[in-house]
Design a binder for this molecule. Structure first.
Ligand SMILES: [Zn+2]
Ligand SMILES: [Zn+2]
Length: 460
């Protein structure tokens, strides 16, 4: 009798385990991002794994920063022309050098990163421009990062904060954060921070890597062109504005290693009680518990004593710029160089364009239907790059739907192919069949045991 019971238990255990492993494997699969809409949809599920399948041009879209606790793999693809003007919804505590706390909001591609990873991602021409009258930190990858890692990313762009508050800062990669790391990441950034409150003293932070906190840094390259106008206390660093362990009493053996900083921070500190922290790596050092090896810099501290004019990369007013368009190639993104005709000196790059691959015949991954767009893949005949192309919804009138495939165009991001939900449906059906089968077997076994028991009783 025990034998039958054991068999029944084993069978049930098998199905429970199979069910659990199915759920685990289903969760491990990353959600593919092919288009602008796919990227926007990250805001609907902020605790998932994502992988970028195409370069994506975000020109003309105002991005709302996402508070994120998942994993984002850029897959060595780029997001172009990301424009951010608002902060995300989550509020976090930030600490100044006296451990005074501030309820703070954040802006960047991500607002708040927590228990998250961001890797293999390029941000080309990111533009964060925030106006705020409360404590606020902005960065490119994230405004705030805790217990998170940023790895193998590349950023170029401009970040500007116009602010009237007691606590604020601008970081080239992250605004404020700790208990995490930035590794093998390059940032070539123009940072601008303008304090519009001339009456009240404030705590201001700027860093090419991050503006304040205790994120570990290894193998990074920072190119900074910073402009900081402050009527309070300045904490500026080529890498970090203020290195501080928080909250008070925190012990953490951090490190800043193998990193190079190049560039200049132009700043003023309009304050009779002046500190004017501005150094190549760390503006103000609150804690010395970290490892610090293999670093080098070519950095200029450019202090201005005239507080009457806010500091900017450029002052000509006419807005009289000439444009030169640099076309994209297989290897390089295109862009426009804007050059000031008034001074004939200042120029900047903007309006990046997607790489120009030569796609031959596309292979269909998912057919377009009358309701849903399809997905095809092309391979560049010159460089071998894989590009995913959305194919339009098939019109109902057509008797024999033929998918029109554009052979020469690059994947122009359009709408969501909704690949994941389909997979989930398939998975769910499979799972149902599997579980029903298991149930039938279990019932069969119970019945068999019952019959055996019944017979045993009869014999007696
Ligand atoms: Zn000019
Ligand atoms: Zn190519």
């Amino acid at each position: 009798m025990k034998k039958y019971f054991k068999l029944l238990l084993t069978t049930m255990a098998f199905f429970v385990l199979a069910f659990m492993s199915f759920r685990i494997s289903a969760k491990a699969e990353a959600i593919n991002i092919y288009t602008v809409d796919d990227l926007l949809a990250v805001s609907e599920n902020t605790n998932a794994d994502y992988i970028l399948m195409n370069d994506i041009d975000m020109a003309g879209i105002e991005w709302t920063p996402i508070d994120f606790t998942g994993n984002f793999d850029g897959n060595n693809h780029a997001i172009l022309n990301l424009s951010v003007k608002s902060t995300s919804t989550e509020i976090r505590t930030t600490y100044d050098g006296n451990y005074k706390t501030y309820d703070t909001s954040f802006a960047g591609l991500f607002g708040v990163l927590e228990n998250a990873t961001v890797k293999n991602l390029t941000l080309k021409g990111i533009n964060v421009t925030v106006n705020k009258e409360e404590p606020c930190f902005i960065g490119s990858i994230a405004g705030f990062a805790e217990k998170s890692s940023i790895e193998n990313c590349s950023i170029d762009g401009t970040l500007r904060l116009d602010v009237s508050a007691k606590m604020f800062g601008v970081g080239g990669i992250v605004g404020y954060g700790g208990d995490g790391s930035i590794t093998s990441t390059n940032a070539d950034v123009t940072l601008i921070c303008i304090d519009h409150d001339k009456e009240n003293r404030d705590e201001q932070f700027m860093g090419g890597g991050y503006s304040a906190g205790y994120l570990d840094v290894d193998k990074c390259f920072i190119k900074i062109d910073g402009y900081d106008s402050d009527h309070g206390y300045v904490h500026d660093g080529g890498l970090v504005g203020m290195y501080i362990l928080y909250p008070l009493g925190n012990n953490y053996a951090g490190y800043i290693n193998n990193t190079r900083v190049e560039g200049m921070i132009t700043f003023f500190e309009d304050n009779t009680d002046r500190r004017a922290y501005c150094k190549d790596f760390i503006g103000e050092v609150m804690n010395w518990t970290y490892e610090y090896v293999g670093n080098s810099s070519d950095f200029t501290r450019n202090e201005i004593k005239d507080y009457s004019k806010d500091l900017l990369p450029h002052y000509c007013e006419g807005g009289n710029f000439s444009k030169e368009v640099i076309e994209s190639t297989c290897d390089e993104f295109g862009y426009t160089v804007y050059k000031c005709n008034d001074c004939n000196e200042y120029s900047y790059k903007a309006d990046y364009t997607l790489k120009n691959h030569k796609l031959g015949e596309l292979s269909v991954i998912e057919e377009a239907t009358t309701e849903k767009e399809g997905l095809s893949k092309g391979v560049c005949s010159d460089c071998g790059a894989e590009v995913y192309v959305i194919t339009p919804v098939v019109e109902e009138k057509v008797e024999e739907p033929e998918i029109q495939v554009e052979t020469e165009s690059i994947a122009e991001p359009e709408t969501v192919p909704e690949k994941e939900p389909v997979k989930e449906e398939e998975g769910d059906t499979l799972l149902k069949v599997f579980l029903i089968g298991g149930l039938i077997i279990c019932i069969g076994l119970v019945a068999a045991i019952a019959v055996v028991l019944f017979r045993g009783c009869k014999k007696r």
